[in-house]
Design a protein around this ligand. Structure first.
Ligand SMILES: NC(=O)c1ccc[n+]([C@@H]2O[C@H](COP(=O)([O-])OP(=O)(O)OC[C@H]3O[C@@H](n4cnc5c(N)ncnc54)[C@H](OP(=O)(O)O)[C@@H]3O)[C@@H](O)[C@H]2O)c1
Length: 188
């Protein structure tokens, strides 16, 4: 039987239309949260909306588009007023041979996995409730090296970049994110 640990709480899951994000959104819903999921693909968004039910909100959003992030958090503010849970999960895996990586590939992967993570958190900060939890879905490469340096493109940027935000964010924001930010490392 589900415990209603999240009764009355509002939870945003970026990349919540698939995989770990969707599974987490289901669990948050089952435990009482009002859930918002985001993603880019319209078909996956529609399927997630059906899956999560009428209380959930599925919003088209690309985390690399800062104007779209502003619009997303405006919507959250108008509808819910605050955020209690932020699961920063939107990301891409990318494992090409070293010599096949293009500049466009690099920009795309770094855009989603680093820039998108940073600005999602930056723009969420004004909406976070005093007891909010921020969880970043990072990578097992935090603890395990990859044999080929360029294969690390997908993964090591998050250990290097996304591990940094707790200290980086609280200093300027006035919000004590040290106490509430968690980095998950799937596969470790
Ligand atoms: N699966 C693993 O073994 C593993 C291991 C380590 C880390 N991770 C990381 O953990 C997270 C979840 O993994 P998963 O396997 O559950 O992923 P997944 O099934 O591929 O789901 C990724 C989600 O992110 C969304 N997304 C991708 N780019 C986006 C963007 N720019 N803006 C908004 N949404 C975006 C996708 O939807 P759209 O494509 O429709 O936007 C989808 O909803 C990812 O960050 C992944 O890199 C996964």
């Amino acid at each position: 039987m589900a415990h209603n640990r999240f009764d009355g709480k509002t939870a945003l899951v970026t990349g919540g239309t698939s995989g770990m994000g969707l599974a987490t959104a289901r669990r948050l819903r089952d435990e009482g949260a009002r859930v918002i999921v985001t993603g880019r693909d319209p078909a996956r968004l529609a399927a997630a909306a059906d899956d999560l039910g009428p209380e959930a909100l599925a919003i088209a959003n690309d985390t690399t588009d800062l104007a779209a992030l502003d619009a997303l958090f405006d919507t959250v503010q108008v509808r819910y007023g605050r955020l209690d849970v932020l699961f920063v999960n939107a990301g891409v895996g990318f494992f090409p041979p070293t010599d096949a990586v293009t500049e466009a590939d690099f920009d795309r992967v770094v855009g989603v996995n680093l820039k998108g993570v940073f600005f999602t958190i930056q723009k969420a900060i004004p909406l976070l409730s005093s007891s909010a939890a921020v969880v970043i879905n990072a990578s097992w490469a935090l603890h395990r090296g990859m044999p080929d340096p360029v294969h690390r493109l997908d993964l090591c940027q998050r250990p290097g970049g996304v591990e940094a935000p707790p200290g980086a964010f609280d200093e300027d924001s006035g919000v004590d994110l040290q106490m509430k930010m968690t980095v998950r490392v799937p596969g470790s």
